[in-house]
Design a binder for this molecule. Structure first.
Ligand code: ASP
Length: 329
């Protein structure tokens, strides 16, 4: 039986992977496992969050994350309400906190928030009586992506512990990289960060203290970074976060030539290595179409896991864990 120990009396926020220990991460992944096969059922609806309200508050664009949170809420019979930045009162000068306070006055059970400011989810969680789930805050974290990536790896490799995982691309601006470094290290993997120096933040290996200092290493050559890797996770260049920065590489074509994943460069990794990408993919830039659509890619499975893991996260947020019906099953 799954049993969450933390936050039993208060809201179960999910702001950062840093707040979860390995046992709790495994509990969430086990919880998500129960919903993986639901996608194959003709009727995909459960009732555990009937009468509950989930607000998706998105100040940055999103396809997969917003849709999967909405689907996850609906599959648990919760009401899902979507607010996009362009239609919110922040465009009229309202602060994030004031928007949050107004939404809280309507008594939702969960607020899922995405914002360009790293720290936005934590700020809202501090002011909130209901659970706050971080759907990506600036360059800081994207914890549900880290969890769904771990679930995908576990499904394909049978474990995370002991695997060699290469994260390749724009580490500098990637919240996905930060959440994955923490999540995968906590689960016992070794992580290589593969990019030119200019796309790797100084001291990133220390993001999780001693644990990540031991488990994370930086590689500035693709060949070294992929050598013997079980998992290759590609990241796009986050051009939208470069505003005001000096150029970090000569041009995208050159970056693609030296750090792009093609059928040729994938051969540096183990012959059974899987290829992941959080999306959106820039085909022909960080990953070739042949690899993205090839047999080693599990990119669309990541999207499917997104729904299952977000169902688990919403139940954890509202109920503290799986519904009692689910526990009994
Ligand atoms: N979808 C991911 C994110 O929101 C990755 C990306 O945009 O490149 O961070």
């Amino acid at each position: 039986m799954i049993c969450y120990t933390k936050g039993v009396t208060g809201p179960r926020h999910l702001v950062s992977i840093a707040d979860l220990d390995a046992a709790e991460i495994v509990r969430i992944l086990d919880h998500g496992d129960r919903y993986w096969s639901l996608a194959d059922e003709p009727i995909k609806k459960l009732t555990s969050l009937r009468g509950r309200t989930v607000i998706n508050l998105f100040f940055e664009s999103s396809t997969r994350t917003r849709t999967s949170f909405e689907l996850a809420a609906k599959r648990l019979s919760a009401e899902a309400i979507n607010i996009a930045a362009s239609s919110s009162s922040t465009t009229k000068g309202e602060t994030l906190l004031d928007t949050g306070r107004n939404l809280l006055a309507m008594h939702p059970d969960v607020i899922v928030v995405r914002h360009s400011f790293g720290g936005a989810a934590a700020m809202l969680a501090e002011a909130s009586r209901c659970a706050v789930v971080n759907a990506g805050d600036g360059q800081h974290e994207h914890p549900t992506q880290g969890l769904l990536d771990a679930a995908t790896i576990r499904r394909h490799k049978g474990r995370v512990d002991g695997l060699e995982i290469a994260i390749v691309g724009d580490i500098q601006h990637s919240r996905v990289a930060r959440s994955n470094i923490l999540c995968l290290s906590k689960l016992g993997a070794r992580v290589r960060l593969v990019a030119p120096w200019t796309l790797i933040p100084r001291g990133i290996e220390l993001i999780g203290g001693e644990l990540t200092r031991e488990r994370v290493r930086v590689c500035t050559r693709l060949e070294d970074g992929l050598d013997g890797a079980d998992v290759v996770m590609m990241l796009r260049v986050q051009h939208e976060r470069f505003a005001g920065e000096a150029p970090r590489f000569p041009n995208t074509r050159e970056l693609s030539r030296t750090f792009g994943l093609s059928e040729r460069t994938l051969q540096y990794a183990k012959s059974d290595a899987i290829v992941m990408h959080p999306g959106p993919i820039n085909r022909g830039v960080e990953v070739s179409p042949q690899v993205a659509d090839g047999p080693r890619a599990v990119i669309l499975q990541q999207v499917s896991w997104g729904v299952a893991i977000r169902m688990a996260i919403l139940e954890r947020a509202v109920l503290g864990g799986p519904s009692s019906a689910e526990q009994a099953a």
